[in-house]
Design a protein around this ligand. Structure first.
Ligand code: FES
Ligand SMILES: [Fe+2]
Length: 368
């Protein structure tokens, strides 16, 4: 896979992206169509849709959507827009047996079919059977709900080969997890700067002492493309130095792994099967909201998870905000020209193959 991303002859010649990719609103507009509306995007978690009629709203760029569990138990996703004259159908989250638009009270079944429009019988040419909400592709991936606005998109398994099986091997209880913390982090940078920073650990030893000493073993760190996933692997820090107690009886209990799913979501498993997630929601060219999710079995209280979420917020997240915001300012410098990436043929901690992969995926999307 890496050979397809970087030809051996190009090693040493591959450079970071030109700065306008991070600052030009026209690029951001192109990315909306070419990237965000054509890839698998995180919507929410199955625990938010426990009963038929449960729904929640969310947005991908300027597109408002909602997920709902229908009467048969199926998870569906629709654009949050009425098929009459365009009012939003639902707000926030909740439960309803029928979807009723607050504008003129058109009502829809949970499968998106129109039930009734007031006074419809008087409109002779009106055929309610032809009216439906616009539905969006959904995949439930280990309890996490993803949607794709592109009806022709390949399934997640093709985009991210082997990821589901690997994730289940690391977190055998993943179907029982519920989110317990959802930490919102504002970053004044383009979404790609934040994702690139997440995707390489070349900066870790210098900038993340707690993570590099108390969670992972930097010597065994590696990041490799796997389809459109970037798979991070390493052993845990020396157990005596680990910053929290772990269950090392799990099959991969003394390993760290992360599966970044192009373009805006990542599963991360700390040693001991401690699942946490990253979600990037780009709001405009130079602003990104990052959500850090933390989970426990059945949503049980966990002192370890609470402590790790807090430690992460105070250390790695805070350290990264400073880095990515400085890089964003650097993109406006008249003195900056994209520098060469460090591509170690053996991959490892100090290689930037992952940046080359991200740039290749971006170009593939923008040029297709
Ligand atoms: S816009 Fe929804 S009923 Fe008129
Ligand atoms: Fe970092």
């Amino acid at each position: 896979m890496a050979a397809a991303i970087v030809d051996q002859d190009d090693i040493g010649a591959v450079r970071a992206l030109e700065p306008h990719y991070y600052t030009d609103p026209r690029i951001f507009l192109s990315e909306r169509e070419a990237v965000f509306f054509r890839t698998w995007q995180y919507a929410g978690h199955m625990s938010q849709l426990g009963r038929p009629g449960d729904f929640f709203t969310f947005a991908i760029a300027d597109q408002n959507l909602f997920c709902v569990r229908d009467r048969q138990g199926q998870v569906r996703c629709f654009y949050n827009v009425c098929a009459h004259r365009g009012h939003a159908l639902v707000a926030g989250d909740g439960n309803c047996s029928v979807l009723v638009c607050p504008y003129h009270a058109w009502s829809y079944d949970l499968d998106g079919a129109l039930r009734k429009a007031p006074n419809q019988k008087k409109a002779k040419a009106f055929d309610p059977r032809g009216v439906r909400l616009t539905e969006v592709r959904v995949e439930v991936f280990c309890g996490f709900i993803f949607v794709n606005l592109d009806a022709k998109a390949a399934p997640m398994d093709e985009w991210f080969p082997d990821v589901e099986a690997e994730l289940r091997a690391f977190v055998p209880f993943i179907d029982r997890l519920h989110p317990v913390q959802w930490v919102r982090v504002e970053e004044n940078c383009n979404w790609k700067i934040s994702v690139e920073n997440y995707s390489e650990c070349y900066h870790c030893s210098l900038n993340h002492p707690t993570f590099a000493r108390g969670v992972i073993d930097p010597q065994s760190y590696d990041v490799r493309p796997q389809g459109h996933c970037l798979r991070h692997t390493t052993r845990s820090a020396d157990l005596s130095r680990l910053s929290y107690p772990i269950d090392d009886s799990l099959p991969h209990g003394t390993e760290y792994s992360s599966w970044y799913l192009w373009p805006t979501f990542s599963f991360q498993v700390y040693p001991g099967g401690l699942l946490n997630t990253y979600l990037w929601r780009p709001t405009d060219t130079e602003r990104t909201i990052v959500y850090r999710g933390w989970y426990t079995v059945d949503g049980a209280e966990s002192e370890v998870v609470a402590r790790m979420a807090d430690q992460d917020r105070r250390t790695t997240v805070e350290e990264d905000i400073r880095l990515v915001e400085s890089v964003q300012r650097g993109m406006h410098s008249r003195g900056y020209k994209p520098g060469p990436l460090i591509l170690d043929p053996a991959f490892g901690l100090n290689s930037e193959h992952s940046i080359a992969a991200l740039n290749a995926w971006l170009m593939e999307a923008l040029n297709s």
